[in-house]
Unconditional design. Sequence first.
Length: 561
Amino acid sequence: MDVNDLRYKPLSAELGRVQTDTGLPESASFLYWFLINVYRLEETDARDAICDKPNDKGIDGIYVDHNEQEVHFLQAKIRQKNNGTVGDVGPKNLMSSMHQFGTPEKVATILAGNASPELKRLVQRIQLSDLLSSDYSIRAIYVSNELSDTDSNAYEALTPELRIFDRKEIAASVVDPAASTGKDEFTFNTSYVEPMEVEAGTPTSRSTMYVFPASALQLVHMEGISDGSLFEDNVRFTLGNTSVNKSIKASVVDKSTHANFLLFHNGITVLCKEVDASTEGQLKVKTYTVVNGAQSLTNFYNNKAKLTDDLRVLVKVIALGDDALARTITENSNNQNAIKPRDMRSNHVLMTRLQTEMSSSRPDYFFEIKRGEKTPTGKTTITNELAGRILLSFDLNEPWSAHQIYKVFDEKYAAIFGRPEVNAARIVFLYRLNLVVQDSMARVKNRPMASYTLTRFFILSVLAEILRGGSASGQVIKNPSIFDERTIESLLLTSAEILKTLIVDLNVAAAGEFDYKSVLKSPSQSNAIAATLRKDYEKDVLREKAEPIETWVIPDSKKAS
């Protein structure tokens, strides 16, 4: 990301779009944007971390990093002056605010005081007292579109619990999706060792591999570690709170283990287009990427102050003679942690069959089963991730789990996709119905709740129960593949009318201090509100204030062509 994009004018334009989408004020939108693009949180997790309301005790957000066993207290400051600097006043105030939450006793005082209800709910939701009792540390994260200066740099250097994300740091951490993979150039210092050179492949496609121990102090200077772009060809990134990551961090922090690190670490694999070994003591790589070792390099980078000359790691640099080898090397070299469930399912028969069926029966749509797949021109993309969340909410009536993507491709995978009725026609129909629900969110008065992902899936599940209750609509949602476009379009229009009533009743149920972030994740509370909305709908039907689903009939021409 270009650092100038964080000046107020271009940034405010971007945040204006965020405000429109989320209903959050500008400062909260800035923090939300930061959590999505720098912390790389899923949108629901990002929203859950924000508590930017009056009397928030100087804290705009709280995020629990279970990987590092830290609780991050965030404050976001957006400034209009392009030449403004951070200084040390804002960071010092944040440190003071954070220490109000430093012990379970202090947390109890906050909860008993006059702090904003949203802040209290967040503190209780993340079980902050329990985390502090479990030796989680606290850290202040100051986020600003200003530039750091001498005062802020000096204060940050003296304050280990503080990290400042200024304009430059944010820009360096944001991945530009349009950026090409592969970094330009990096030179390894090999003056202390002669790299082992190995050639492999066929006579017409030779690849050359260089193997040597590299200093971690040197590796942290590779471009693209902070924003993750160095690992774009990797099948996974740091993978969170795994035993592997914990052991790597422990070894990095404990300097007494550095001399032995080389012996128990699996190594780092670097793929490149070209290697220049002509200069003695140097190995220069061009157009390079790391396909195995993201966990290690990220830990090295985040703990630079702990590194010593003794900490070395085995590096394999492979100059590819055949581009087709890259994916094989990537997959086979990633054996320290399991590949994510979605990656594992991308070639599963349920996915490939649905993609093939979609291509043949619904040529206007494309079923994306792998991240990065290019949508054919003129087609609408439906990702298997979105389809799974819709099916989980509509068919299985579990909207409270729709933010947990791993469930879609792990424990719930067979229940979601492994059913005879789950075909291309069903996925397209429910995708279109989901769009109708999405449009209805404009009627939700609580704008932040309207843009909250689980709200849409919750309403979709309520609508599902109502549609099942109609004799004609129940037939369509049971097997939409046998009905024509006229029938589908008619049911979608009727659904839009029913949603008008549901949203009115939702606005009543969610009035006042309604903790939608907690309620919509709770099966019991979600079911209770869903039952209330359905009863209210039935009452409105009796009063002739709502579209009755029982009166909807299938048009004469019902069979699909």
